[in-house]
Ligand binder design. Structure first.
Ligand SMILES: *Cc1c(COP(=O)(O)O)cnc(C)c1O
Length: 224
């Protein structure tokens, strides 16, 4: 694809986001985070050149390599993957804009300790396992509000901004919608939360119609 063709292609993705957000509410604003985990620095740069600024990775090592290689560009980096305790320092070294996958109270406490030592803060989203799937990380929906408030109280260096969830793993739209409705319902119960991150390449329109205001698009943004 030429740069011009790529631009038209992305315009079309943005148009789909636009139609979906108006179906939710005409004042609703949706942010796209381009998930670059299957993409090279060159591909990230090509997307940057047509206007994308927020990117996300799911491995601390990849985030480190790509963010340092693209250091000269004014990019915003998100971390969306499962974070092992022994990798917390690696993540904090990069100082990401948003850690989207805070998935337990225990992990929050471990991160808090390290943030305290460094005297820095970290913005984060609580990950919800909205469809209660064995294969997924995140807190159970029924525990989410309580854990969120406990992290806010016990982890002063973590600034919680809201929730993140991956839609149910099925082709049944009704079940996917139910998982998004569950996450949005939790989001609405939280005081001061302003980010509801849900929706990926295969289900972002449905997620937006359910109230998502941050979508994480990988394959579709890089045309893979
Ligand atoms: C890979 C990934 C995405 C993007 O997936 P696509 O289906 O390629 O859009 C979004 N969120 C998380 C947490 C991911 O790991």
């Amino acid at each position: 694809m030429t740069k011009e063709e790529y631009k038209l292609y992305i315009d079309d993705v943005i148009r789909r986001v636009e139609f979906a957000r108006v179906r939710f509410n005409d004042k609703h604003i949706v942010k796209i985070v381009a998930i670059s985990k299957y993409s090279t620095c060159q591909e990230i740069k090509a997307l940057y050149e047509i206007g994308q600024r927020a990117f996300g990775e799911n491995k601390a090592q990849d985030l480190r390599v790509k963010s340092s290689e693209l250091d000269e560009l004014p990019l915003e980096w998100h971390f969306v993957g499962n974070l092992q305790k022994n990798k917390i320092n690696n993540l904090l070294d990069i100082n990401p804009s948003l850690f989207q996958a805070l998935d337990s109270l225990e992990l929050a406490h471990e991160i808090q300790k390290k943030l305290h030592v460094r005297d820095v803060k970290l913005e984060a989203l609580l990950q919800i396992n909205s469809a209660k799937e064995e294969s997924k990380h995140g807190v159970m929906p029924e525990d989410a509000v309580q854990i969120y408030n406990q992290i806010k109280k016990e982890c002063p260096n973590i600034t919680l901004r809201g929730v993140m969830s991956i839609g149910a793993h099925t082709d049944d739209k009704k079940i996917i919608k139910k998982s998004f409705d569950t996450t949005y319902g939790i989001y609405k119960e939280l005081e001061d939360a302003d980010i509801c991150s849900m929706g990926m390449s295969g289900d972002f329109e449905l997620a937006i119609e359910c109230g998502s205001n941050m979508i994480r698009l990988g394959s579709i943004m890089f045309n893979k």
